[in-house]
Design a protein around this ligand. Sequence first.
Ligand SMILES: [Zn+2]
Length: 402
Amino acid sequence: MSRLLLALLVAFGLATGCTRPTAEPSAPTEPAVATPQPRKTATVRPGYQRPLLVDVHGHVSIYGVWRIERILADVGIGAIINLSGGSGRGDGRAWILSRVLAERLDGRVLNFVNVDWQGCCDPAWGAREAARIRRAVEEFDFRGLKISKALGLGVRDSEGTLVAVDDPRIDPLWRAAGELGIPVAIHIADPKAFWLPPTADNERYAELSVHPSWSWYDRGVPAWGAMLDAGERLFARHPKTTFIAVHFGNAAEEPARVEKMLQRLPNVWIDISARVGEFGRHPPATIRAFFERFSDRILFGTDIGIGDDYLMLGSNGAEIPEMKDVVPFYDAHFRYLEGDQRQIDHPSPIQGNWKVDAIALPDAILDKVYRGNAVRLFDLDPETLKPRPRRPASPPGATPTP
Ligand SMILES: [Zn+2]
């Protein structure tokens, strides 16, 4: 056990025998992670050598550490962003385990902290959560803040009112992220079809019938477009905070809307996770032009979930995928981005029974999307793709401790 890990466990009373055993794997005591290499096989475009990738949209846990390590090597991923680092609620165990995971994988997992919505949005809540975020970053080396779609769709204040995405009572969190220099990955709303009746003629019926709770039809939530408008007001109000609007800017159905947003708001980036099937329905020339235009702010991500006996590949149907499905899942992304074939499968067929046309991005743009943009945003070493030590964002002594 490393000294840092031991110190963390002791600090949180987890190594004293007073709690149930931790999830520390019976592993080699120091990180012994093979260095992932760019994958040589399955090149879509003759002569193109895909670089080592950064997947900016994962939900991974220490319980899946062996699987994560294997997936990094099998796919050729140098770093993965874990958007499920935990809120630090209660005893903070989730943060400790996230930190242990990052350490165990030699820095190839970068954790994002989550928010504890309990008590939102009483006056003390914003300050409390902002302080927690600061602590997660400064003491546990978290590298970003992730906001789930619960904001806008489920979080209610003490009056029982649904909290809007741009509610000013949440501003302390966005300000803290800006001051700390960490990006905020934010999921707003959901696929547009989830607002329509979940009946057989809904184009996402297959997915909605497996996950009926994902339907927002007649559930008293704001309209799809109204939620996205609220998100844009929020981004505009906090120009010093960098936002990653996940899932193709949360609006893969309307690339023109995303285009306007990116043009207007230079503090907004997007990832492509779990939406290749959706934006891939638009003419390939349109999407290729979009990538060319915003090539500096588009990030490769997949929405992969990795647990002990659990995998999620963008979105799951009734059956949980297996390890053998992971490489084909990534290959479907590569075929779309690199190739020029028409009417190919998209990565998560449960998200819609249709085909997409590949967009054959130029090498230089692929390099930015696959790794270069993430290197800049997360301050990674361009060679190893491991994060550089974090630079303190504020002078010592200026940091409030909770
Ligand atoms: Zn996700």
